[in-house]
Design a protein around this ligand. Structure first.
Ligand SMILES: Nc1ncnc2c1ncn2[C@@H]1O[C@H](COP(=O)(O)OP(=O)(O)OP(=O)(O)O)[C@@H](O)[C@H]1O
Ligand SMILES: [Mg+2]
Length: 240
């Protein structure tokens, strides 16, 4: 059985005169890995930001676990992002003055976990992502791939139900990008984390269970996205 975890209903969002989303409806099942693709400027990041509560839509609803979240206060939406919704940005956005371990521990400290437990959890996530060796390094002393894995560890350390990732491999070369995605998909599958992944890259989209293509702020009803172009799927368990 499939349970709908996250839904967009008639989402509309503009920036001044620019209509970024023009009525987006979608339903994402618990444990599903969905790729959102489409040309630059079609509204992918705007959709991700609306779904994760970073931005409020002008009209329409975002429903998470049966409850509207788009109309929650800023504070309630941030709390949700600290606890249940993890966000991973294109360039990782680590705090440059903090070590890798401190960066990963940060969301736990914000959620009032003790320092000792936060540090232990951070080290264990860095280990799982294969970057234990940079635990005490600052972001400026790390490679792009190490930074990106650290950012992924930070997004996963709170064990979110949903991970939103906007071009998570954008700053990496092909091999490093594929390794990171492989890990992301493996960890998500193990923990039954739902993933919404924005990408331009057909190979990246091929890692998802399903692809949603946006064009001009609307879902392309033909569903002929990037991964439809004959690219192999990664071997993951079916959803539902
Ligand atoms: N802060 C902003 N102010 C004004 N216009 C914006 C802003 N953010 C996005 N837009 C516009 O809204 C539209 C959708 O932008 P969005 O960033 O969602 O696209 P995208 O699909 O993520 O593009 P890309 O693949 O280049 O990241 C574009 O026309 C963009 O120029
Ligand atoms: Mg974008």
């Amino acid at each position: 059985m499939t349970t709908v975890l996250l839904e967009a209903r008639g989402l509309v969002r503009s920036y001044g005169a620019v209509a970024a989303l023009r009525g987006v409806n979608l339903a994402i099942a618990e444990g599903e890995i969905v790729a959102v693709t489409g040309p630059s400027g079609c509204g992918k990041s705007t959709l991700l930001h609306c779904l994760s509560g970073i931005l409020r839509p002008d009209a329409g609803e975002v429903v998470y676990r049966g409850r509207r979240i788009d109309n929650l206060s800023e504070a309630e939406r941030s709390r949700l992002r600290r606890t249940e919704l993890g966000v991973l940005f294109q360039f990782g956005q680590l705090v440059s003055e903090l070590s890798a371990a401190e960066n990963v521990a940060l969301p736990l400290l914000l959620a009032r976990t003790s320092r000792r437990r936060a540090r232990t959890a951070a080290l264990s996530w860095l280990e799982r992502l294969g970057v234990a060796e940079v635990a005490d390094a600052l972001p400026g002393e790390m490679s792009g791939g190490q930074r990106q894995r650290t950012a992924l560890a930070r997004a996963l350390v709170t064990e979110p139900r949903v991970l939103f990732a906007d071009e998570p491999t954008g700053a990496l070369d092909t091999l490093a990008g594929e390794q990171m995605l492989g890990q992301l998909v493996r960890l998500a599958t193990q923990q039954r984390t739902t993933v919404v992944l924005v990408t331009h890259d057909p190979k990246v989209a091929g890692y998802a269970h399903r692809e949603i293509t946006l064009r001009d702020g609307q879902i392309d009803p033909t569903g002929l996205g990037l991964a439809g172009a004959g690219l192999a799927m990664v071997d993951t368990e079916g959803v539902g």
